[in-house]
Design a protein around this ligand. Structure first.
Ligand SMILES: *Cc1c(COP(=O)(O)O)cnc(C)c1O
Length: 225
């Protein structure tokens, strides 16, 4: 059985290969290891293999892990759905929040970010396949929300996050990412340098179109129950 360290090594090699193949600068794509529903020991294994960025979806589970791993130099990303009654804890315990899709949530996060911490890094979730069931703003709403959130003192809008509808065809996988990146680049805002998209099944398409952060869980840590 491959170890977590083996899986990490293989995934990083896959990312580096895709960077080269699609003319992306070396190391321009970061790996966010998604550790939801996996034990703290799995995080420790990945950490010992050099991994520093971890993504969690469930607040209480993440808090438990953070308190066990207080001595570790981990950058914590919250990638789950945000309930407005949880913003206070999220604002105090994470470095990045990926699924912001309303001004109301952003205002709460900004006002609840403790003063002794640097501004909270935010990615705005965009519903790029216009799916009824998914959260996220439309491409049309995106520029306005970015400019409103940019006014908030304790947040730093770093970019966008997306989970497109699954597609098998490579060209079809690339299309929504291309449109999203073009929209963000047209805003000419240098702070917007994070493109949080790409998972195991569409990693290459995402990297080809400009992803800077791919979110991978199962391929590193194995299946979740
Ligand atoms: C769970 C999750 C992932 C990782 O999914 P895997 O299929 O385990 O690789 C990535 N992004 C988000 C938003 C997730 O919730």
């Amino acid at each position: 059985m491959p170890t977590i360290a083996d899986n990490l090594k293989q995934m990083k090699a896959r990312i580096r290969d895709a960077e080269e193949l699609y003319n992306r600068p070396q190391n321009s794509v970061q790996l966010l290891s998604v550790s939801k529903m996996k034990p703290t020991s799995a995080i420790v294994s990945a950490y010992q293999a050099g991994q520093r960025h971890f993504g969690e979806n469930y607040m209480q589970e993440a808090l438990n892990k953070q308190s066990e791993l207080g001595a570790f130099d981990i950058t914590w990303h919250f990638i789950g759905a945000i309930q407005s009654n949880k913003t206070k804890v999220l604002a105090a315990h994470f470095d990045w929040i990926h699924c912001v899709d309303s001004l109301k949530i952003a205002q709460r996060l900004s006002s609840q970010r403790p003063d002794f911490l640097s501004p909270l890094n935010i990615c705005i979730q965009v519903n790029i396949s216009n799916e009824e069931s998914k959260s996220g703003v439309t491409l049309k709403e995106l520029p306005n929300l970015i400019s409103e959130i940019s006014e908030l003192p304790n947040l730093c809008v770093r970019g966008v996050m997306a989970i497109p509808a699954p597609q098998i065809d490579f060209v079809a996988q690339r299309q929504p990412y291309r449109t999203l990146v073009a929209t963000v680049k047209s805003l000419n805002n240098l702070n917007l340098n994070t493109f949080s998209f790409g998972m195991s099944d569409d990693l290459d398409a995402a990297i080809a179109e400009g992803s800077t952060l791919v979110r991978i869980g199962t391929a590193l840590f194995g299946m979740r129950n």
